[in-house]
Design a binder for this molecule. Structure first.
Ligand SMILES: Cc1ncc(COP(=O)(O)O)c(C=O)c1O
Length: 476
């Protein structure tokens, strides 16, 4: 009986008649109601479905108008198309596509290997790690830069994908603030740091290449390298950061966050930096330095980037504006090794990882006019105080449960669970209570050795931090 195939439970679309039309259309398109099949009379179907006859008549008329059925007065409508014959793009093809399992490319299949929750989609709750305080961003100043840039756009010629002015101011800023040695031509402006990692993987990695990443580490990096079918090995950390594993042959690429290890916040020692740079000198190993929040160092003068120590052009330097400004801005950059700059730029255009020109121009002005550094200075003071406040609150209210590692910089910290608890259960309880945190064990590549919570402090005012820690204390 056809009525058994029809479920008219309200969905998000219009009225009953529209739902009935849509369901019948789908049954015809998928071949469930084959060509030549006579549909029930409108009176009969209306009775079976418990709807008015007008509703069914409307559906039949609509299907006739669309060519799915032939209806003549006084006779039952007859299906005129065969679901199996219809061409691509029609309802039938779409419906078949839905039921058949799509065959994916090797790249897409490799995406599934990493369970990596993208954090910038849902609404922000305390104490989600990885964010600065958007409320402190000078929106009015930024809006003026954007406006001026948009107005100038009508007079601008179609320029290069990486805007010259932004490359120049960025080269100057990176040299003076982070010790990065690069010409403007080595800098690619991208929609995110993640885009830089994908671009690097696409450009230098072949299937089966060995890649070392920090363990625990940033899951987005492992995801980008695995998608390129690289073999990703997690390298353990000690107090000096990532350590060279004796007995392991030099890999094709090493990914690291030396200024502020993600997630532990540790600073890589100069001895370690030199050791890895020496390894890369053979010419077979690339280093990717992700300086995602290297601007935020609180307890000493910022340690310069490792890239500045590289005399052999083996380091890719990756940065993002999503921590220093706001993640909404969707801008990052890549300083390419000189020998790869033009190949990477071609790859950038092929993949289409191009940031909007007027935003690039606005950012160039924002930096050149001193607004960027002023904001950074203010945020350094604010975030340092917030870090200290979170540490104090955790020690005061949860000192028996958690041991806090005070990071010398960054926007988040790790609090390890005492007494052999597992972090996933704690995270679940906290999330249910409105506290967003990440399990340290979830950032491990292999078997997790440590259990703890990754807690953000930069995005939250001191009163919000105190309230959040009170809630945490009630959950333990
Ligand atoms: C270590 C690290 N690198 C890169 C990124 C990504 O930055 P973007 O938002 O620009 O892709 C993040 C974001 O959380 C991060 O923690």
């Amino acid at each position: 009986m056809i009525s058994a195939l029809i479920d008219l439970t309200p969905a998000d679309d219009g009225g009953l008649a529209a739902r009935l039309t849509s369901r019948l259309r789908e049954l015809i398109a998928t071949g469930s109601l084959g060509k030549g099949r006579a549909l029930p009379s409108s009176r009969r179907l209306a009775g079976d479905l418990g709807v008015s006859r007008n509703t069914v008549s409307y559906a039949y008329e609509q299907l006739a108008a669309e060519g799915y059925v032939e209806a003549s007065h006084g006779r039952r409508p007859v299906v005129t198309v065969d679901g199996g014959e219809r061409s691509a793009g029609t309802g039938a093809a779409v419906a078949r596509g839905r039921s058949a399992k799509p065959r994916l490319s090797p790249w897409a299949l490799n995406l599934g290997q990493t369970d990596w929750p993208m954090s910038y989609q849902a609404s922000l709750k305390p104490l989600r790690p990885g964010h600065g305080d958007f409320r402190e961003f000078p929106n009015e100043v930024w809006a003026r830069c954007l406006r001026r840039s948009a107005v100038r756009a009508t007079r601008r010629e179609l320029g290069p994908v990486n805007r010259t002015r932004l490359r120049e101011v960025l080269a100057h800023y990176l040299a003076t603030s982070r010790g990065v040695r690069a010409t403007a031509g080595q800098i690619l402006i991208l929609p995110s740091a993640q885009a830089a990692l994908t671009l690097i993987a696409a450009t230098v990695l072949a299937a089966g290449d060995e890649v070392w990443v920090e363990d625990p580490g940033y899951p987005g990096a492992a995801a980008a390298f695995r998608a390129s079918a690289a073999r990703v090995t997690g390298i353990r950390l000690d107090e000096q950061g990532m350590q060279r594993m004796p007995g392991l042959a030099a890999p094709k690429l090493i990914f690291m966050t030396p200024s502020h290890q993600h997630p532990t916040g540790r600073l890589m020692s100069l001895a370690r930096r030199t050791e890895f740079l020496n390894l890369s000198r053979s010419g077979r190993t690339w280093i990717v330095e992700d300086d995602y929040d290297g601007e935020f160092q609180y307890d000493s003068r910022p340690v310069p980037a490792l890239q500045g120590l590289d005399a052999h052009g083996r380091v890719f330097y990756v940065g993002t504006f999503s921590k220093v400004m706001t993640s909404e801005i969707r801008l990052g950059y890549l300083v390419a090794p000189p020998a790869l700059a033009s190949t990477l730029e071609i790859a950038q255009r092929h993949i289409g990882l191009i940031a909007a020109s007027h935003i690039q121009e606005a950012l160039a002005e924002f930096i050149a006019d001193g607004h960027f550094l002023a904001h950074l200075r203010r945020m350094r003071r604010l975030y340092r105080a917030r870090r200290d406040h979170l540490v104090e609150e955790l020690e005061r209210q949860l000192g028996g449960m958690l041991s806090v590692e005070v990071p010398p910089g960054g926007i988040q910290l790790v609090a390890r669970l005492k007494r052999g608890r597992t972090d996933h259960a704690a995270v679940k309880r906290l999330v249910a209570a409105g506290i967003e945190t990440r399990a340290l064990s979830g950032l491990a590549l292999g078997r997790p050795r440590d259990h703890g919570l990754l807690l953000g402090f930069a995005a939250w005012r001191e009163s919000e931090i105190s309230a959040a820690v009170r809630t945490m204390a009630s959950c333990f």
